[in-house]
Design a protein around this ligand. Structure first.
Ligand SMILES: [Zn+2]
Length: 287
C-alpha cells in the first residue's frame, strides 16, 4: 500500500482488529491500520471522509454536537492548550483564524486583544459564532475569501482529514507572509502506548482518525509542504496519577486519585514533553 504522505510503497500492517466507532462502541468488522516504514506515518487502510464533518463526528464521539456540549467538554481542554501556545506567540492585534472552532470558546477568549477573529467549522455553529466573529462554514468558502490571517490555529484536527496535504495547503494560502500556522496533533508515540500497548490502542484507534502522527511523520509532512518549524514541543494533557490509574485498571480512566503533588506532576510532564512522548505535539510553523 502506498503511503499517502511520502508515496513510498513500504508499509507494514500494525492493526487488524475492531476499531472504536463511538463513545463506547466498536465496529463489527476488522479494520486495517498500516505504518509507513519510510516516514513513520500510521494510517487507516480505508480512510473515512464523512467524519471530517464535525456535525457528524462530535455527535458520535462526544455524545452531542450542541453548543452547550462544546462548552462543557471542549472549553477547559482547549483553554489549557491555548495557554501553552501563548507562551510562544503573542496574539495581540493579530488577525486570527481557528479551523475547527466549534462554539468558538477559544475565539471568545482571544477576541478582546485581537484585530480580527474568525472561525471555520460546520454550519451548525454558524449563528452562534457569527454573533462575535467572522465565520466560514466550509473550506471552499474560506478558500474563496480574500481575507488573510497572521495566526491560524488547527488544534486536534489534521488527524481527521481525508486529504491532509490539501487541507494544509489551503490554510497556507490564507496565511500572511510572516504568519504562524499552529497545529496540535495527538502523538502516536506517547507514554500511554509505550506502557499499556494494546490496552491503550484498543481505545485510541478509532474510525474518525485517518492518520496517527509522531514527531518523525509530522516533521516529514510539514517539510514536504515547505513549512518551517518555529516551535516544536510536546504537550501532555494528563497528569501522572491518571496514567497510574490506567496502568492499574487497564481501562480508560474516568476518575483517579491525586497521589502525587502538582509540583511533581509538572516536572514529570515537562520531561514527557521534552522527549516528545507526551499525548500531543505542538507545532508552530511559518511559510
Ligand atoms: Zn510514508
Amino acid at each position: 500500500m502506498i503511503c499517502p504522505i511520502c508515496k513510498k510503497n513500504n508499509t507494514i500492517l500494525i492493526w487488524n482488529k475492531k476499531l472504536r466507532s463511538g463513545k463506547n462502541k466498536w465496529t463489527k468488522k476488522k479494520h486495517k491500520i498500516l505504518q509507513c516504514k519510510n516516514c513513520d506515518l500510521v494510517f487507516l487502510e480505508k480512510k473515512n471522509k464523512h467524519l471530517e464533518d464535525n456535525k457528524i463526528f462530535r455527535k458520535i464521539f462526544d455524545g452531542s454536537n450542541s453548543i452547550s456540549k462544546y462548552y462543557s467538554f471542549n472549553r477547559p481542554r482547549e483553554r489549557f492548550k491555548l495557554k501553552k501556545i501563548q507562551c510562544y506567540i503573542n496574539f495581540k492585534n493579530k488577525k486570527i483564524l481557528e479551523s475547527g472552532c466549534g462554539a468558538a470558546t477559544n475565539l471568545d477568549y482571544l477576541k478582546k486583544n485581537a484585530k480580527l477573529t474568525a472561525g471555520l467549522d460546520s454550519y451548525i455553529y454558524q449563528s452562534h459564532v457569527m454573533k462575535n466573529h467572522k465565520f466560514f462554514n466550509s473550506l471552499s468558502q474560506l478558500k474563496k475569501s480574500k481575507e488573510k490571517f497572521d495566526i491560524i490555529l488547527s488544534l486536534g484536527e489534521i488527524e481527521h482529514k481525508f486529504d491532509v496535504k490539501n487541507f494544509i495547503k489551503i490554510l497556507i494560502g490564507k496565511l500572511e507572509k510572516n504568519g504562524f500556522l499552529i497545529f496540535r496533533i495527538p502523538n502516536f508515540d506517547n507514554i500511554y502506548k509505550f506502557i499499556l500497548n494494546n490496552d491503550f490502542l484498543k481505545y485510541d484507534y478509532r474510525v474518525s482518525h485517518n492518520y496517527y502522527f509522531n514527531e518523525k511523520s509530522a516533521d516529514f509532512l510539514f517539510n514536504k509542504l515547505k513549512l518551517k518549524i518555529f516551535v516544536k514541543t510536546g504537550l501532555h494533557e494528563y497528569d501522572f496519577n491518571h496514567l497510574l490509574e490506567y496502568f492499574k485498571t487497564r481501562k480508560r480512566v474516568k476518575n483517579y486519585k491525586k497521589i502525587y503533588s502538582k509540583k511533581l506532576i509538572d516536572i514529570t510532564n515537562s520531561h514527557l514533553e521534552k522527549y516528545k512522548v507526551s499525548t500531543s505535539l505542538l507545532y508552530i510553523l511559518r511559510k
